[in-house]
Design a protein around this ligand. Structure first.
Ligand SMILES: Nc1ncnc2c1ncn2[C@@H]1O[C@H](COP(=O)(O)OP(=O)(O)OP(=O)(O)O)[C@@H](O)[C@H]1O
Ligand SMILES: [Mg+2]
Length: 263
């Protein structure tokens, strides 16, 4: 039976089957690779066996899908099922090792062909786009949008956000909820800071969209087996509720982290 899923209901990510490893991407600390899949797609695949661990993949889904629902352009995500038979065909030993360490479900992002990396110098993005990305980053504590590593692409003239794996830092240590929620977001190095204008308007527009229902919907997209287990929490749905608690508290404490709010 084919694993290819044609329906992309909001409540699940499509599952596609990897057919061929095409090439490694030039950059990418987690050794993401370009793969063809059985839905005739080409995806940037982040392997669950990479050193970053599956928490980074959880952050990719949660923050990428929150962003999409806020109107940020994020390449479509899919779950990419990888069979050892495909991995064994890979001639590069390091890549083969990574693939063999990642049987089953991995994370795929629709590949945007000939997209250009945006480094803040190639023109001014629309202020609303810049503000939405910056607000999302501040809310989710994503520090990976720096001049050195912007993680933004320009495709068909539009700004696209990629690489949200470093956000949601709380899930690496599960600190006290308020410690995460109140942590200020440093703007200094953010590649879109010069273009975003004042963030209060973006906050007024976007914060009300982060409802409990939206957060549960997005948490439901994460495969159970990728969820990092906080101390004293049992079961995937309890873990999802713990994420929701951190995000809810973060939203409630916006005056502590929203750039410019305290000034
Ligand atoms: N959907 C996509 N379409 C086109 N190119 C992409 C896409 N996703 C990633 N890339 C390219 O691959 C590079 C690495 O991707 P990404 O930043 O997500 O990986 P990473 O391993 O988290 O990288 P790092 O930690 O080094 O920032 C990007 O800088 C970009 O050039
Ligand atoms: Mg990156």
């Amino acid at each position: 039976m084919s694993m290819a899923t044609t329906a992309t209901a909001d409540t699940t990510l499509p599952v596609v089957r990897a057919v061929r490893y095409v090439q490694a991407l030039r950059e990418g600390g987690s050794l993401p690779g370009l793969m063809e899949t059985d839905n005739l797609g080409t995806y940037v695949v982040k392997f669950r066996g990479a050193g970053q661990g599956t928490a980074a993949l959880v952050a990719e889904i949660v923050v990428g899908e929150l962003g999409r629902r806020l109107g940020v352009r994020v390449p479509e995500l899919a779950l990419v099922d990888l069979d050892d038979a495909i991995s064994r065909r890979e001639p590069d030993p390091d890549i083969q090792q990574l693939m063999l360490a990642s049987p089953g479900i991995n994370l795929g992002m629709d590949f945007l062909p000939r997209a250009l990396g945006y480094d803040g110098r190639g023109g001014r993005p629309p202020a609303d786009d810049a503000a939405a990305v910056l607000w999302l980053d501040a809310f989710t504590a994503n520090v990976d949008r720096s001049w050195r590593n912007p993680n933004l692409l320009i495709w068909h003239g539009d700004l696209w956000a990629i690489d949200h794996g470093a956000s949601l830092v709380f899930h690496h240590g599960w600190p006290d909820v308020s410690a995460f929620a109140a942590r200020a977001y440093p703007l200094d190095d953010h590649v879109l800071a010069p273009f975003a204008g004042h963030l209060s308007a973006a906050h007024g527009r976007l914060a009300p969209m982060i409802t409990d229902e939206l957060v549960s919907e997005v948490m439901a997209l994460v495969p159970d087996e990728w969820l990092p287990v906080p101390p004293d929490v049992d079961g995937p749905n309890a873990i999802r509720r713990r994420y929701a608690e951190y995000l809810g508290e973060r939203l409630a404490m916006a005056d502590r982290w929203l750039p410019g709010a305290a000034s």
